[in-house]
Design a protein around this ligand. Structure first.
Ligand SMILES: [Zn+2]
Ligand SMILES: [Zn+2]
Length: 177
């Protein structure tokens, strides 16, 4: 929660804020995310506008996860851009507003406070790669024995490991005759 009291409501009034918060649970996607309780650093500029508070800046957080191809642990850092307008929560009838807001995705201040968590959540999920990789060209795992090919690029199997594959190869060979 971010306190906007010092900012005031005079349009054009600005303040920069740096703050560190603990990451909430389940921030990210299943395979890659910000560890719960790790530090998230916000570097923000608050600006009072006519209808609310404009928040712009960045959030920097640790990332932990695993490579989508070879399952090697990944540790990284992510910096996310944040840009969000929080409308003053007293600018409209609160009951009517909360119904509309769910559909229109409007964010509102809560008194003098701003809740950064939902914005952080959305921004992190958008910024994460759909398929995190330990390296851009991770070759993944050997389909036959599960060895990590990045560790052993020349990895080959001359003999099929699984006898069922051997049987299939025999069939294929017979077809060609
Ligand atoms: Zn990998
Ligand atoms: Zn193998």
């Amino acid at each position: 929660m971010l306190d906007t009291r010092e900012l005031g409501r005079r349009p054009g009034s600005q303040r920069t804020v740096t703050l560190t918060a603990e990451a909430p649970a389940e921030l990210g996607i299943e395979i890659l995310g910000v560890p719960e309780g790790s530090e998230v650093e916000f570097d923000l500029r608050l600006e009072a506008v006519m209808e609310g508070v404009l928040v712009t800046g960045t959030a920097t957080a640790e990332l932990e996860g695993e490579c989508a191809r070879c399952l090697e642990p990944i540790e990284d850092e992510i910096t996310i851009d944040i840009q969000e307008l929080y409308l003053y929560d007293d600018s409209r009838d609160a009951a009517a507003a909360s119904d509309d807001d769910e559909e229109t995705d409007v964010r509102r201040t809560e008194g003098d406070l701003i809740d950064l968590e939902p914005v952080l959540r959305d921004a992190v999920v958008l910024a994460l790669p759909f398929q995190p990789l330990c390296q851009d060209d991770c070759p993944g795992l050997c389909t036959e024995c599960g060895a990590r090919l990045a560790d052993d690029p020349d990895h080959r199997h001359t003999e099929p490991v699984d006898p069922r594959w051997a049987a299939l190869q025999d069939l294929a060979a017979t077809d060609e005759d």
